[in-house]
Design a protein around this ligand. Structure first.
Ligand SMILES: Cc1cc2nc3c(=O)[nH]c(=O)nc-3n(C[C@H](O)[C@H](O)[C@H](O)COP(=O)(O)OP(=O)(O)OC[C@H]3O[C@@H](n4cnc5c(N)ncnc54)[C@H](O)[C@@H]3O)c2cc1C
Length: 385
């Protein structure tokens, strides 16, 4: 049964209350040390909110993307960064829809309780980038195992996670008629593999625990295969709408944080004898960014409602991701401008959130690819790829 407006508000209030234990100083210090917010992820797991998409029979609460989105939104709205743990929600659909009963029984209750973390999703490769079908990492069946060789790049939280959803080619690109075929998805327990699995951290602009991963004769059990061999690209695509709606929700949380901080600062900061917010050159850009964030929010809820009703929502999910990430970025720029020089001071957190929200226009999918989806699939214009 869908949640009522009161249910959603209760989730919002509870997540807000939980986030109060993790104030700006907590996230600032975590960022400065490039640390993983263990305490926050533990608290969120114990509260059950990280497992809302897991059905009740497997230890979760069986809620929808609408509720999951509100949770991630409130984390970012509080000043936090849901990037520390959002992948569990992003990847859940693949396991729920295409995993075997045995896989669900083995993993879902342990993920829900926090005993196992599913926080790593390995898709991107140096020679593939946005062109996912060009991935070269190979998984070759050998008896009851698959032997994996290849390289992934930009894989977040691999060191903080136990499980990784891995996309690999079981048939090389050159040997398939349809480029989307021959790709398989595996659920890999990284703590229990044979061979050489090397996780090498990348030094990035954001505290995202992102790595290059090298697979050298890594042996995983055949039972790690999700669904049918060679059909994995389809399974991943099935999860993309959910991912886009969740990213949009995070961006809306950021957008609200920026417009609230900017308007509050503009009321307090006095220059030339009056609050800077009195000046329309300061006030109007904040008001405009606010309007754009709220408009994106409507698209997000439209997409989420359609997704939860199992209706087609590709256009809405993509538009929500595009509009929300752009609105959040606009709000970030406006907030930084409003703070003037103080916007660059780490103690005000604007520069940290500024870096974090910029990522949402690029990852997990670049907004150019979103525009290509709208142009090609919705508006039926010629394809660029
Ligand atoms: C902090 C961070 C964390 C990440 N975490 C993960 C993760 O956990 N797992 C994972 O698998 N990946 C992850 N990624 C990778 C991310 O998903 C990719 O960076 C993103 O999808 C873009 O791919 P790319 O960087 O290879 O860009 P490229 O594909 O190399 O593209 C470069 C530019 O060209 C543009 N472009 C390319 N083709 C076209 C076209 N046909 N039309 C218009 N524009 C085009 C792109 O939009 C982009 O602007 C992460 C990235 C970052 C930065």
């Amino acid at each position: 049964m869908p949640s009522t407006a009161e249910d959603i508000q209760a989730i919002r209030d509870n997540v807000r209350a939980l986030c109060q234990d993790f104030p700006d100083t907590y996230w600032r210090e975590t960022d400065k040390k490039q640390a993983y917010p263990q305490e926050f992820v533990k608290a969120l797991t114990e509260s059950g909110y990280l497992a809302v998409l897991i059905p009740e029979e497997y230890g979760g609460s069986g809620l929808g993307i609408t509720e999951a989105g509100v949770i991630l939104e409130e984390i970012n709205h509080s000043g936090g960064n849901s990037g520390a743990c959002h992948a569990q929600m992003y990847t859940m659909g693949t396991l729920l829809r295409h995993g075997s009963e045995e896989q669900k029984r083995r993993y879902l209750p342990a993920i829900a309780s926090g005993e196992l973390r599913l926080q790593a999703f390995a898709v991107t490769e140096p020679n593939a980038g946005s062109e996912t079908t060009k991935i070269e990492t190979r998984a070759v069946r050998k008896g009851d195992s698959y032997i994996v060789n290849g390289q992934k790049i930009f894989i977040s939280r691999a060191k903080q996670s136990d499980l990784m959803l891995l996309l690999a080619r079981t048939t090389p690109y050159a040997d398939v008629q349809d480029k989307t075929q021959g790709i398989s998805v595996f659920i890999v327990n990284m703590r229990d593999v044979k061979g050489n699995l090397e996780i090498r951290p990348l030094d990035l602009m954001v505290n995202h625990h992102t790595n290059t991963i090298f697979f050298e004769d890594v042996e995983i059990p055949a039972s790690a295969l999700i669904g049918e061999e060679g059909k994995g690209f389809r399974y991943i695509i099935d999860g993309w709408n959910a991912e886009r709606i969740l990213v949009a929700s995070e961006a809306i949380g950021d957008g609200r944080w920026f417009t609230e901080r900017a308007s509050s600062y503009s009321r307090e900061r006095v220059v030339f004898g009056r609050p800077i917010g009195t000046n329309q050159g300061v006030q109007f850009p904040i008001a405009k960014a606010y309007a754009h964030v709220e408009a994106a929010n409507l698209m997000r809820f439209d997409a989420a409602a359609k997704f939860d009703r199992k209706e087609k929502c590709g256009a809405e999910a993509n538009m929500a991701k595009l509009l929300a990430s752009e609105a959040a970025w606009e709000a970030a720029e406006v907030c930084l401008t409003t703070y003037g020089g103080y916007g660059f001071a780490c103690d005000y957190d604007v520069e940290r959130k500024f870096r974090e929200t910029r990522l949402l226009t690029v990852a997990p999918v670049n907004n150019n690819l979103i525009l290509a989806f709208l142009g090609q699939n919705v508006l039926k214009m010629p394809k660029s790829y």
